[in-house]
Design a protein. Structure first.
Length: 216
């Protein structure tokens, strides 16, 4: 009898622990995803009768992403939220003896939804998507030439390969490995020329991001 009660108590405590960390209706958290990327590019040309020669050498392009947000579970394993995202890409270099500097910035703000599927205790597979107002700017300073462009539009992003591990009641860790995105942007450059663009992006393990969620 004593062993039976001990086993029953152990099961109840384990179940209580799992349910305490489960993604239940009414749960809410603030969190931030982070991403860092480096890209090194050298441009070479080869002319008949001459050796290959490097004509562009620059520092690696550095990309930084931060995405804070607030999220609320409207039902078990289903949440809605509001995310903001800021990304900056910067690179210095030289082409044919002319120094250049390229900088790109983008800001996104919009609602998101996510569905959770529990894989094991406190470990979840998540599919998440969002629609964002998007603002982007880019500058290219190459010697005597300087280009500056701004763009505004709408983008849609889906993260179908995302995981969350919640080892405690108040802290969870997330990783996103696969992203699909579409953006419709309208550019306006310094020459007052309007340009519209549609872009489609698929990243599979190319620019993964990690984050921390703080449950309230």
């Amino acid at each position: 009898m004593k062993h039976f009660l001990f086993a029953l108590l152990t099961i109840l405590v384990a179940n209580a622990s799992v349910s305490a960390y489960a993604q239940q209706k009414g749960d809410k958290f603030i969190g931030t995803m982070y991403g860092i990327g480096f890209q090194k590019t050298n441009l070479t040309y080869k002319q008949s009768g001459y050796n290959t020669e490097t004509v562009q050498e620059g520092d690696p392009a550095f990309t930084f992403l931060v995405q804070p947000g607030f999220h609320y579970f409207v039902k078990d394993n289903f949440r809605i939220g509001l995310d903001a995202s800021f990304m900056r890409k910067h690179q210095d270099g030289e082409v044919l003896g002319v120094s250049y500097e390229v900088a790109e910035n983008s800001f996104l703000l919009g609602p998101t939804v996510a569905k959770y599927v529990q894989l094991t205790d406190n470990f979840y597979y998540t599919i998440e998507g969002g629609v964002y107002f998007t603002f982007a700017s880019s500058t290219n300073d190459a010697g005597t030439e300087y280009n500056d462009q701004n763009a505004m539009g709408v983008s849609v992003d889906v993260s179908p390969l995302k995981f969350e591990f919640r080892p405690t009641t108040h802290v969870a860790f997330a990783v996103s490995l696969f992203e699909v995105g579409f953006a419709h942007m309208k550019f306006r450059d310094t020459g007052a020329m309007d340009i519209k663009s549609n872009s489609f992006v698929v990243n599979l393990g190319v620019t993964p991001s990690v984050g921390v969620h703080f449950y309230l």
